[in-house]
Write a protein that binds this ligand. Structure first.
Ligand SMILES: [Zn+2]
Length: 182
C-alpha cells in the first residue's frame, strides 16, 4: 500500500488543481474508450488525454457483450447522457484474455469461465486472434440500439484500434482492413 500512497502524494504535488476544480463541477468527455484491464494499457497515456477527456470502461479482454450490465450501462450512459461523439474499442497485443481462451487450461476458475467461455478468438496467430476479437467487440458496440441511432443521426463515430506494445504502433480498423496510423 505504501507504494500507492507515495504515488498519491506525488500526484497531489503535481496535479493541475485548476483543472480539477473545473472538473469537480461535471464532465464532458469526448470519447468512450473500451479497453482491456491489462496494466500495460493506459488509454489516457496512449491518446495523450487529460482528466475529463476519456470516459473509460475497462474489463478483461475489452469484451463488449451487451448482456453484461456493466458494458451496457457504460455505453448507454456515455451515449445518452454524456453524448460523447466518439466510441473507441482499444484492442492490444499480447492480450492475456485471448491467450487464456486459446489455452483453455488457463480458464480454471468460475469468474474466468463465465466471462470468457462464450468468446471465440480465432486467427492465424495471437495478433490475428486479438484483432478478430476486436472486430467482434466493435460489431457488438455498433449493434447497440442507442449507438445505432446516434450514428445514424451523425452524432457518433465508432472506431476500433489495435495497439502494439512492443513497437508502440497503432492500427485502425476501417471496416475491412487494418490501417497503420504510425
Ligand atoms: Zn488484454
Amino acid at each position: 500500500m505504501e507504494q500507492l500512497l507515495d504515488g498519491y502524494r506525488n500526484f497531489r504535488k503535481n496535479a493541475d488543481i485548476e483543472l480539477y476544480r473545473r472538473l469537480a463541477k461535471g464532465q464532458a468527455p469526448h470519447t468512450l474508450v473500451i479497453s482491456c484491464s491489462d496494466s500495460r494499457i493506459i488509454p489516457e497515456a496512449i491518446f495523450s488525454a487529460n482528466p475529463g477527456e476519456l470516459f473509460v470502461l475497462r474489463n478483461v479482454g475489452n469484451i463488449c457483450r451487451l448482456d453484461d450490465p456493466s458494458v451496457a450501462c457504460a455505453i448507454e450512459y456515455a451515449v445518452n447522457h454524456l453524448k460523447v461523439p466518439h466510441i473507441v474499442v482499444l484492442a492490444h497485443s499480447d492480450c492475456g484474455a485471448v491467450k487464456a481462451v486459446e489455452h483453455r487450461e488457463h480458464l480454471d476458475s468460475r469468474g474466468l469461465i463465465d466471462w470468457l467461455c462464450e468468446e471465440c478468438f480465432e486467427g492465424c496467430d495471437l495478433d490475428c486472434a486479438i484483432k478478430a476479437s476486436g472486430i467482434r467487440q466493435f460489431e457488438r458496440v455498433t449493434a447497440h440500439p442507442a449507438v445505432k441511432a446516434a450514428v445514424q443521426e451523425g452524432k457518433l463515430e465508432v472506431g476500433l484500434f489495435f495497439f502494439d506494445l512492443a513497437t508502440l504502433s497503432l492500427a485502425r480498423y476501417n471496416g475491412r482492413d487494418w490501417e497503420k496510423i504510425c
